[in-house]
Design a protein around this ligand. Structure first.
Ligand code: ADP
Ligand code: MG
Length: 363
């Protein structure tokens, strides 16, 4: 294996995977008849995708449920055979040459529990992890030292002597993440690594993945997620996958720049008699190109009489004037001084909606 700095770690070329149609009718006879009739009912999980993963980066595969993320990770592990195209890892084809790659990469499937039954139900966390170290031929002392560190990093100290079968789903998932920390292979693939974790635990785990596994140990990480915030927080580059198609690959910052929209202005005003119509009229006269919308999220009319509004600004072209001063003028002309006034840059979620025209699925 040659984890050199110049060659991409992973090269995906025109990868397509179509699954056979789900069987309908008794023993699938209806599917069979449909196939004979020429009805094409295959499920396309991946459609002609190509990209590269560079050494040392955290590369995110971001997409809603059913986008094809797990299928990609499975092809990488020779668990699914592509219909056409290929993935190469350090120049070795992921399915045919998997034997040569297996030692250098670790994959953790977050959504699908129990890691091929690797952990024994009635052994402690510590014994299970020692066993993993043994399986991979690590010296016992090395395993023990890294295991102690991993348990501390992942807040699993108190689970050291607990039987595996007694652990909660979230704790099991954290435990899986101790494996790459102990084995320290140059490539780690994480399929939805935080899917079963609560918010504070998720943050903690994200810090360990980025701060320790990637930045400190230099591990190249491919990570799938449907969580935009997670992708933005962790990834150096993100590939957006939607229904098996690759929408684009970019840095989180680059993605944000692709938003068709500009910032959003949110403000709260105290309205005379709580009436919004006068403000709306004045606003549309002064700024006919912009739309003033009630903003429920910031609205506090029922608490302290402050009504929330938002205005979506367009993306400014070079040399174009911001409409911001005119918004303030329009408010002043109506005798209104905003009590709060904020500008929100477009989020990755906005880019997602602009690009895909829909909200990503969330759990
Ligand atoms: N073994 C399989 N047989 C048939 N269809 C499958 C199989 N595995 C996945 N699929 C289908 O392929 C698509 C992508 O699935 P998957 O890769 O699991 O998506 P994700 O992990 O992004 O949620 C889905 O439509 C799913 O139903
Ligand atoms: Mg999945």
């Amino acid at each position: 294996m040659d984890p050199s700095d110049t060659v991409p770690v992973i090269r995906v070329s025109n990868l397509t995977k179509r699954f056979p149609p789900p069987r309908k009718g008794l023993a699938g006879w209806r599917t069979l008849i449909e196939q004979i009739r020429g009805v094409k009912a295959t499920v396309t999980a991946l459609e002609d995708i190509s990209f590269e993963v560079r050494p040392g980066e955290i590369f995110g595969l971001l997409g809603p449920n059913g986008a094809g993320k797990t299928t990609f990770c499975k092809i990488l592990n020779a668990l699914v055979i592509p219909t056409s195209g290929r993935i190469e890892v350090w120049g070795h084809e992921s399915v045919r040459e998997h034997q040569r790659l297996a030692q250098a990469m670790i994959t953790i499937f977050g959504g699908e529990s129990d890691l091929f039954g690797l952990f024994s139900a009635r052994l402690s966390t510590e014994r299970n992890l020692q066993f993993v170290g043994d399986l991979w031929g690590l010296p016992r002392a090395t395993t023990q030292q890294r295991l102690d560190e991993a348990l501390e990093l992942l807040d699993l100290e108190d689970k050291r002597d607990e039987w595996y079968q007694k652990l909660s789903g979230g704790t099991k998932q954290k435990l899986f993440l101790a494996i790459p920390l102990i084995l320290r292979r140059p490539l780690v693939v994480l399929d939805e690594p935080t899917i079963r974790l609560d918010v504070p635990t998720r943050r903690k785990v994200q810090e360990v993945l980025k701060g320790v596994l990637n930045r400190q140990l230099g591990t190249t990480i491919v990570l799938t997620t449907h969580d935009l915030t997670e992708a933005e927080r962790l990834c150096d580059r993100i590939a957006i996958l939607n229904r098996g198609r690759l929408a684009l690959v970019d840095t989180p910052q680059g993605l944000r720049k692709r938003a068709k929209r500009g910032p959003r202005v949110v403000f709260r005003v105290r309205l005379e008699n709580g009436r919004a119509s006068t403000l709306r009229e004045a606003f549309s006269r002064a700024l006919p190109e912009l739309e003033l919308k009630p903003d429920l999220e910031s609205d506090r009319a029922r608490q302290d009489g402050l009504t929330g509004f938002s205005v979506q600004l367009p993306r400014l072209q070079d040399g174009e004037q911001s409409p911001l001063p005119r918004i303030l003028e329009a408010l002043a002309a109506g005798g209104l001084a905003p009590e709060t006034f904020t500008m929100e840059e477009p989020t990755l979620e906005d880019v997602f909606v602009d690009l895909l025209g829909e909200q990503p699925a969330t759990d």
